[in-house]
Ligand binder design. Sequence first.
Ligand code: NAG
Length: 277
Amino acid sequence: MARVLNLLMLLLTAGTVFAARNKQSRPAEKDFEQESSDQCPEPYGYFADVEQCDKYYECKDGQITEKLCPDGMVFNDFSTQDEKCDLPFNIDCTTRPKLQTPQPSQNCPRKHGYFAHEEANVCDKFYYCTDGKFNLIVCPDGLVYNEKVGICSWPDEAKKKGCSSRDVFQFDCPKVNESVGLTHPRYPDPEDCQYFYVCIDGVTPRRNGCKLGQAFDERTSKCDWARKIPECADWYKDRLTDEQLDALENPPTPRPRPTGPINRRKPARKPVVHEDD
Ligand SMILES: *[C@@H]1O[C@H](CO)[C@@H](O)[C@H](O)[C@H]1NC(C)=O
């Protein structure tokens, strides 16, 4: 009797071992692809879901926990050591394009991120949302919201529908031959002395501005004090007094820098590069 029982035990054990072997012998990669939702590819780390960009798994001692990034953010899968969700701009979600159901609020289609204005023809405004609360951001003059990178760009770079250079500027670059085109010729904005257009390769207009008090001088293709340019001499009359213009043209000479410790304050981020020449 004992012998029969022993044999039975042996058979059972062998069966178990065989089953375990069988499981182990499956290729690891296949395991990950097919069973990542209920099995850790490694005992420790953070692993992207194979289908959903904002879903990931935490593995601790082989124990798996499913997790979700905040709405609007996606899992950053650059390292399995880091638990990190980011805005989607630098994360490649092409192979795992699914996302959680959006939780819209106010003007935010999702809780976090940068979003185009709801009106397609509004090109230079966009929303920055955190936790469902929005800030309306206005691009600097001449720029439009670029949906691909979440910042303001030239219209020809942003390629936003309804927001091409032509739509935004109502300015056509005059036809020039190739050699002139290569110089990126500049033309005054017919509506505004302070602004001018740079025609990239002679074809694509970008609107750029001179600083306050200055105007674009067609003869030199540069910015200069408006009062020195005959066609624009009175341009600031309604906005600035002669004294204010004097002050702009002759700023008080800055005092020599103190030789004490250097002020290490971070410089404020400049929103736009205006021509200073
Ligand atoms: C291009 O146009 C400019 C100005 O109209 C002219 O001076 C130049 O000779 C032209 N160049 C060529 C290669 O046609």
